[in-house]
Each structure stands twice: as structure tokens, then as C-alpha cells.
Design a protein around this ligand. Structure first.
Ligand SMILES: Nc1ncnc2c1ncn2[C@@H]1O[C@H](COP(=O)(O)OP(=O)(O)OP(=O)(O)O)[C@@H](O)[C@H]1O
Ligand SMILES: [Mg+2]
Length: 224
């Protein structure tokens, strides 16, 4: 399997007024294409900080980051944004769907930013909505959908641009156990049927133990 993500001795220091807070203390982490990985750890251990760095939402303070064997540690902001938009799909606990837009429009949005022609974007969005089982709800607004359905739409939005990796931060955190299990089943299918590379951050042991690889982060360090 080929290497997709490689972090070497990565630190993250947050500036808090006069004080610094070191949220990541020298993280070494490697991820291959096609892997399904859970990142677990107690609240405040640095999971989201790590995910934000992997997903180019934030920068590390020191250390090296290789994405698809390219050293991205010193790229400029617009170069990082370009990789983020084309290679990373995000899923969050609270879905982050646009409330005034339909499910279909929400899923089309990332393609709109890439300049994909409207008809092509619509076809692609319908295709991924179908894949995650909510094509029949394409015209619904988020407030007309259940939590599980909204998360499926959010997963479709993450998938529509055919990303290299899907990063999901507590994707089942706002869902009841059964709905969470169904969403987890969807991630597992995307990994086994399409070899999607997926990272799931979770507090939930039932969720993490279904992933092939579990990485534990404790106090800003990876224990594995
Ligand atoms: N923007 C920020 N400024 C200052 N400190 C921050 C910032 N973001 C996170 N931290 C601190 O860094 C540490 C790690 O935070 P992080 O959000 O990565 O934890 P987490 O493992 O995702 O926790 P949770 O399970 O509660 O989501 C925490 O102590 C947090 O208070
Ligand atoms: Mg977090």
C-alpha cells in the first residue's frame, strides 16, 4: 500500500495570551491509502488538533508533513487550500449543512467551488446521494431530515469530489446508538467496497473497535 500521510515529529503550540499550550508533542504518524483508522483518546488529548493538521485546516508549529510523498510543511496558504479542496473530504459531528439549501444543493457545493458545470455537478451529487442511501431526499432541506439522514448527506458532500481521504471528527457523536451504527456501517462499506481511505475520530469504543487500526492519542502523543 502506498503512503498517503506521513507526519514526523509534529508539534502544535496554541498561543493563549501570555501562555503557550502544547497540544501535540512530537507526533509521528503514517497512514497508507486504503486504510480505515480510528483515532481515540480522552477529551482534550489532541484528536481534533491532529485532524485539523492532517486536513490542512491548521498548520503544525514544527515538524514535517508529507502528503502523497510531497513535503507540504512549507506550502503557502493558497496551495494548502487547493489540496484541501481537491483531496480531502470532511465529516463533522454537527453535519454543518447549509440550512437554506436542499440536500442536493449541499452536496453540489464543493463542485461549484471547483467550477464543475452545473449539470455535471448535479449528476455527480445525485450519484453520491444514491450511494449513501438518501437520493429520495435530495429535495429536502436539512431541517426536514433526521440526524442520521443529515449525516448521510454530509458524507455524500465529502465524497462528491472523489477525495483521497475522508476525515470524520466524531461523526456519530450526535446520533443515537443505532443510527450511529448505521453510519459506521456506511463508512466500513466505503472502505471495503471502494478502498476509501478513512480516518474516524471517536470517543466510542463500539465504533473504534470496528476499524482495522486504532490509534490512541494521549496528552498530545500517539501511543498506538
Ligand atoms: N484554538 C485553540 N487555542 C488554544 N487551545 C486550544 C485550541 N484548540 C484546542 N486547544 C487545546 O488543545 C488541547 C487539544 O484540543 P483538541 O480539540 O485537539 O482535543 P480533542 O481530543 O479533540 O478533544 P474532544 O474529544 O473534547 O473533542 C485541549 O487542551 C484544548 O483546550
Ligand atoms: Mg475534538
Amino acid at each position: 500500500m502506498s503512503s498517503l500521510i506521513k507526519l514526523e515529529n509534529v508539534t502544535k503550540v496554541y498561543q493563549l495570551g501570555e501562555n503557550d499550550y502544547t497540544a501535540l508533542k512530537g507526533v509521528d504518524f503514517q497512514l497508507n491509502r486504503g486504510e480505515m483508522t480510528a483515532i481515540v483518546g480522552v477529551s482534550g488529548s489532541g484528536k481534533s488538533t491532529l485532524m485539523n493538521i492532517i486536513g490542512f485546516l491548521d498548520r503544525c508549529t514544527s515538524g514535517k508533513y508529507f502528503f502523497a510523498n510531497q513535503d507540504v510543511s512549507s506550502l503557502q496558504e493558497h496551495e494548502l487550500a487547493s489540496i484541501r479542496n481537491s483531496k480531502i473530504g470532511f465529516v463533522f459531528q454537527s453535519f454543518f449543512l447549509l440550512q437554506r439549501s436542499s440536500a442536493l444543493q449541499n452536496v453540489m457545493l464543493p463542485l461549484f467551488y471547483r467550477g464543475t458545470p452545473r449539470n455535471e455537478a448535479k449528476d455527480k451529487a445525485m450519484h453520491v446521494l444514491e450511494k449513501v442511501g438518501v437520493a429520495h431526499l435530495a429535495a429536502h432541506k436539512p431541517n426536514q431530515l433526521s440526524g442520521g439522514q443529515q449525516q448521510r448527506v454530509a458524507i455524500a458532500r465529502a465524497l462528491v469530489g472523489d477525495p483521497e481521504i475522508i476525515l470524520a471528527d466524531e461523526p456519530t457523536g450526535a446520533l443515537d446508538t443505532q443510527t450511529g451504527d448505521e453510519v459506521m456501517e456506511l463508512f466500513l462499506n466505503l472502505n471495503s467496497n471502494e478502498s476509501r481511505t478513512i480516518v474516524i475520530i471517536t470517543h466510542d469504543k463500539e465504533i473504534s473497535c470496528r476499524c482495522r487500526r486504532i490509534v490512541t492519542i494521549k496528552d498530545g502523543k500517539i501511543m498506538e
